[in-house]
Design a protein around this ligand. Structure first.
Ligand code: SF4
Length: 346
């Protein structure tokens, strides 16, 4: 199986609205107001004092503040000085609390987070996810319309001329291997599953080119079954946050899944991946513009100057288009912009 760089891990089309409603219902009004007040105080404290490590506890407590999730694309707050949290020797209970707090904060920042692969059915999602290895979801989204127009079903793709598929997939890189994968995958769907994508993990991982990560993308987003998507962003961020020291994707998935209720797994994956793509980048995390800086032990690993950090933000957080050509309405409502199709200029 080909290794992934920005593996898409997409899902279904219109998840944003659901999330918004869910997040909006999180805290009673009074509770939210007091949390908000406390968060404001904490931000002022952190900004004024460059608090020493001991004061971090106060900051941590205060930054709960789930606000309304229906707000338009929330700007990543410019954080001046933030005391890094020292989670070494953190108890399991404290870790669970901090991890869930980070997820709640991210749900506020990305209430419209959704799969970034365009798809209309499980077959399109599984193919798009396989194609997302070693490229961006944007590139896949620009490529799949032509593929699915010509080969709309597993039967069509299973019977395709490989050279013609290669031509279509060329822009995604590794196009020969990917052609082989998607044709092989389609044949297996036709031969073993009646031309339908199965909705069980054990069945999905028997398909050529489909590992646990791809399987969970499909389960979580095409079948509504909770799954953790341990892609490159997810693995990088959970290690930065010291949720786990593991490096193996399956072990990371197991460690993180133990910190959250099952019902949170799919949305958690979106929040973390979106944060990794927009703010907490591999080489230059935008710490100075990071909304969860007070909860992050790796604060300072990236740019801490708020103005410079702001310039590192990507996609809608930086004022640019997103990755989907057909994003969910909730994303557009929040101020997000659709990606341009392949070959578009300007
Ligand atoms: S951007 Fe910086 S502060 Fe924010 S999560 Fe990443 S490493 Fe932590």
């Amino acid at each position: 199986m080909v290794a992934r760089r920005d593996s898409a891990l997409g899902e279904q089309g219109v998840g944003g609205g659901k999330k918004t409603a869910k997040a909006a219902g999180k805290a009673p009004v009074e509770k939210r107001a007091s949390a908000k007040k406390a968060a404001k105080k904490a931000t002022e404290t952190a900004a004024k004092k460059a608090a020493p490590v001991r004061k971090a506890a106060a900051v941590k407590k205060a930054v709960v503040a789930p606000e309304k999730a229906s707000a338009p694309v929330k700007k990543a707050s410019a954080t001046k000085k933030v005391a890094p949290k020292p989670p070494r020797n953190e108890s399991q209970t404290a870790l669970v609390r901090r991890a869930r707090r980070i997820n709640r904060e991210l749900a506020e920042v990305f209430p419209y987070a959704h799969p970034e692969l365009d798809f209309e059915n499980p077959f399109q999602l599984i193919v798009a996810t396989v194609l997302s290895a070693q490229t961006t979801d944007l590139r896949v989204n620009q490529t799949t319309p032509a593929l699915f127009a010509k080969y709309p079903t597993p039967e069509d793709l299973a019977a395709a001329n490989p050279e013609e598929v290669e031509e279509i997939l060329r822009p995604t890189g590794f196009f020969r291997a990917k052609t082989k994968s998607v044709i092989g995958l389609s044949k297996a769907l036709v031969e073993n599953f009646g031309g339908e994508v199965p909705g069980r993990l054990d069945d999905l991982v028997t398909l050529p080119g489909v590992g646990r990560k791809t399987a969970f993308v499909v389960l979580g987003n095409a079948f509504g079954r909770p799954g953790i998507t341990a892609d490159t962003h997810f693995m990088r961020l959970v290690r930065r946050w010291q949720w786990t020291d593991e490096t193996d994707p399956d072990k990371i998935e197991a460690a993180v899944s133990a910190l959250f209720p099952k019902s949170d797994w799919t949305d958690l994956s979106h929040h973390v991946i979106w944060h990794g793509r927009r703010i907490c980048h591999a080489r230059k995390p935008a710490c100075g513009a990071c909304p969860i800086a007070p909860l992050c032990p790796a604060y300072g690993e990236g740019e801490t100057d708020p103005e410079k950090a702001q310039k590192l933000l990507k996609y809608e957080k930086g004022g640019f288009p997103g990755q989907r050509l057909n994003p969910p309405q909730a994303y557009l409502d929040a101020g997000g912009k659709a990606a341009p199709p392949l070959g578009a200029t300007g």
